[in-house]
Design a protein around this ligand. Structure first.
Ligand SMILES: Cc1ncc(COP(=O)(O)O)c(C=O)c1O
Length: 371
């Protein structure tokens, strides 16, 4: 049959016709050691598994109910009111909704480079103009002065800050984020705190300390993203939140469907939030494994980077593509940063348990010629 030609179907919006969607190599990963997407590498709390098993089949026939879930998230965040929490199908869906609710054609989305790859397509599909300020120096530091200047000169509609930044691990002092937000009241400042558990850097305790009961009373232009993908081990069940002032959360929630989180995600989220000890133990294990791996890299003289987060950038001497392929044949997945500004030639390696990282290091030494 002849291939359809442009003109044979109704064109989408021009922004969509010109869009390169976010693409990630997501297939064929089961059964391998997955150090490529910064997921939890061991799975959720047994209480989550039990909660899902206990969902009666008749409940599959009923649309999901969310009663109490905002409250549970609010408690886990140290006391945020339910109306200040929006529920989303993963933080990805929150980012998409924020761009849909706030971004118009020609307006600026300000961020850093390199950063999380889904911000740009979400802004582009709205026709927004992206201004990504490069991270600075060999340490890939947060470009604070340039960011301050851009905020005043460009008057962006959105500022997306990832703290710690994926993939560079760059940490931003939460107080600096509040200062940026205060200096730009007409910009919606989105703080993506997906990896906050690995640093403890969050704007929320600062907001709570300053507040008279409403953490966002002085920062109505601030939104914080969290999710249960990276620490709680339910990336596949897709639960994330956006916390912010009530009117902003309301606007973001207006552009999402009424049942976007499914019933499995809801039950899993309740159980995961109730088992904080499981999450804390996993985070502690990852941090110990990361410290161990950094020691190995230092003593082998391998360039690496990544203060915050459950991941490290590593520059193999034998070349990233070669090393990625060799690791894959040893059953270990990592993510090549080929083509990414400033970090071309690096692999992003997610950190799992101590045992997993020892296994990784053995295979890495083999591919990079380390005795
Ligand atoms: C910085 C950052 N934000 C958001 C996401 C999306 O997370 P979720 O699984 O909650 O959609 C990711 C996932 O990789 C991420 O790294």
């Amino acid at each position: 049959m002849a291939q359809p030609q442009p003109g044979d179907w109704p064109p989408a919006r021009p922004e969509v016709e010109n869009l390169h969607g976010y693409s990630a190599p997501l297939e064929g990963r089961r059964g391998l050691l997955r150090l490529d997407f910064n997921e939890n590498t061991v799975g959720p709390s047994p209480k989550v598994v039990e909660a899902i098993r206990n969902i009666p089949a008749e409940h599959y026939a009923i649309y999901p109910e969310y009663d109490g879930l905002r409250e549970a998230f609010g408690r886990s965040l140290g006391g945020i009111s339910p109306a200040q929490i929006g529920l989303f199908n993963g933080a990805d869906a929150a980012i998409h909704a924020i761009c849909q609710a706030y971004g118009s054609r020609g307006e600026v989305m300000l961020t850093t480079s390199p950063t999380f790859g889904y911000y740009s397509p979400c802004a582009r599909m709205q026709g927004m103009v992206i201004n990504a300020i490069p991270h600075e120096g060999k340490a890939l530091a947060f470009p604070l002065q340039a960011m301050r200047r851009a905020l005043t000169q460009l008057n962006p509609k959105l500022l997306l800050l990832c703290n710690p930044n994926n993939p560079t691990g760059t940490r931003i002092e939460p107080q600096l984020i509040l200062e940026l937000a205060a200096a730009a009241p007409s910009t919606l400042v989105v703080v993506d705190e997906l990896y906050e558990a690995f640093t403890g850097d969050s704007v929320l305790p600062l907001l709570q300390a300053k507040s008279d009961g409403d953490p966002f009373s002085h920062y109505r232009n601030l939104v914080v993203l969290r999710s249960l993908s990276k620490t709680a081990g339910i990336a596949g069940l897709r639960v994330g939140i956006a916390a912010g002032s009530e009117p902003v959360v309301d606007r973001i929630s207006r552009v999402t469907g009424p049942y976007d989180i499914n019933s499995f995600g809801v039950s899993a989220a309740f159980a995961a939030l109730e088992d904080q000890d499981h999450i804390d133990a996993y985070v502690a294990e990852v941090l110990a494994a990361k410290a161990w791996l950094v020691e190995q890299l230092l003593s082998a003289g391998i360039r690496h980077q990544g203060d915050g987060g459950n991941y490290l950038l590593i520059w193999p001497r034998s070349g990233a593509a070669n090393c990625e392929a060799e690791l894959r044949s040893a059953g270990i997945l990592v993510r090549s940063m080929a083509g990414k500004a400033l970090i071309d030639g690096a692999l992003r390696v997610s950190i799992g348990t101590g045992e997993q990282m020892q296994h990784f290091w053995q295979a890495y030494c083999h591919c990079d010629g380390i005795d």
